[in-house]
Ligand binder design. Sequence first.
Ligand SMILES: Nc1ncnc2c1ncn2[C@@H]1O[C@H](COP(=O)(O)OP(=O)(O)O)[C@@H](O)[C@H]1O
Ligand SMILES: NC(=O)OP(=O)(O)O
Length: 311
Amino acid sequence: MTKRVIFALGGNAILTKDASAKAQQAALKDTAQKLAGYVKANPDAQLVVTHGNGPQVGNLLLQGALGATENNPAMPLDTVGAMTQGEIGFWMANALDEQLEDSQVVTVVTRTVVDGKDQAFQNPTKPIGMFYQEAELDELKAAHPDWVFKEDAGRGFRRVVPSPKPINIVESRSIENLANSGAVLIAGGGGGIPVVKTEHGYDGVEAVIDKDFTAAKLAEVVDADELVILTAVDMAYIKFGTPDEKPLREISISEARKYVDDGEFAEGSMKPKILALISFVERTGKRAVMTSLENIAEYGENGRATVIVPD
Ligand SMILES: Nc1ncnc2c1ncn2[C@@H]1O[C@H](COP(=O)(O)OP(=O)(O)O)[C@@H](O)[C@H]1O
Ligand SMILES: NC(=O)OP(=O)(O)O
């Protein structure tokens, strides 16, 4: 019997230090090899892959802002999000095709419906683009007065943009059909292009949806058996970044919620991951996992993963 597993890939699976297309494609080749390693160890697994776009969308916006002219204007955030979804989806499909020769790999340009009145539009929290030192901020704010910057989990400052919650995925019926056809799917990249429902159809809105929340939605759409969020750390920690930090291995939904309420997980980074895992476990009664890409084939053996289970 097939086990349908959703993998949500974090930024480090795509963009390391070098932001060139060549380096990002090389990083994705490596990522695809690791995903293929998982399939080898779990031959009954069918992959549905989603990915972030935070670094890429910020970099592309910056390129647009620097190079725009009256006749060649910068594109709005929703459109830049669509561009990064296409770009990463294309690279990832090539990388997975090379590794999973017998599978049909399909990338779906995905729109995600949000509420235009979501409070997130008044309170930007989603870090995008590159990291800055505090000393660089004055100059940046002078050049881009409407940009907001926040500290990102002890790693420096980044531009932040609104990140409304996903309500549903426009292409969900087709995504479900494609998954049922046995295809390896890449969908909901960058959280999906944020749109609002209008009387005529859909309009894009300027935001970046957290791909971890969209991954939980996608899991609903394809009736996934497991959600696995992959990031730079093997496990979530309490007292993270202090000498007293302690890894969280298997925890119940109630324990996970208590740690969220205690403020153990940073906004815009670890907190959405834990909330997405909780929502999957709550809805399905199945388990959900967060670990690093490096540990993807081994976490079952070495226990270096945060696994959320029902109460
Ligand atoms: N409590 C915590 N436990 C572990 N990591 C945390 C915690 N709080 C914040 N983080 C940070 O969150 C990062 C993962 O979030 P992020 O980098 O936004 O993910 P993504 O891989 O999706 O881009 C970790 O690498 C770590 O630096
Ligand atoms: N859209 C999104 O969540 O991107 P990152 O995972 O790269 O932050």
